[in-house]
Design a protein around this ligand. Structure first.
Ligand SMILES: [Fe+2]
Length: 163
């Protein structure tokens, strides 16, 4: 029997997956980033009619596939989540599958997660400390902030604040 998917079980599953990763910047990044996406998406959802539970579930699960591979990680996240929880609700699936900046989410929740995924990185002081703490990751981290900024601008061009 698949386990019931709730915000709590999604959070637990993501943390389990990330805890099992061997230590390092990627692991610490994913734990901090995931919390940031959930928090930011809830903030962005204020005043909007959205499925908050689906939004938070998607926030927790959107990057779990990165524990396997960064390439195609959105699809991998869905696969891991469905192995654990059974078929995902279409809103959660849309959020996870389309969180990349080149994708076009169909739901309001998907659009929020897509923006939260980029926006949350830019003002997360703890996250910056994680990625910039080691000199050998500095160049890679600067590159990452560069592409996240470009992705953020792409997403902002399409984002509807009034919707
Ligand atoms: Fe992400």
């Amino acid at each position: 029997m698949a386990e019931q998917l709730t915000e709590q079980s999604a959070k637990q599953f993501a943390n389990e997956i990330y805890r099992k990763m061997k230590g390092g910047v990627e692991k610490r990044f994913l734990i901090q980033h995931t919390k940031g996406v959930v928090k930011t998406s809830v903030n962005l959802a204020k005043g909007k009619q959205v499925d908050l539970e689906a939004l938070k579930i998607a926030g927790w699960l959107h990057d779990i596939g990165r524990s396997v591979n960064i390439e195609g990680h959105a699809e991998l996240s869905v696969k891991l989540a469905e192995e654990k929880f059974g078929e995902l609700n279409p809103i959660v699936k849309d959020c996870i599958l389309h969180h990349g900046s080149t994708k076009d989410p169909e739901t309001k929740e998907g659009k929020i997660i897509q923006l939260a995924d980029k926006l949350s990185i830019m003002n997360d002081f703890k996250l910056f400390k994680i990625i910039f703490a080691k000199e050998k990751y500095k160049e890679k981290s600067i590159d990452m902030i560069g592409y996240v900024s470009r992705d953020l601008l792409e997403v902002l061009k399409r984002y509807n604040w009034e919707e």
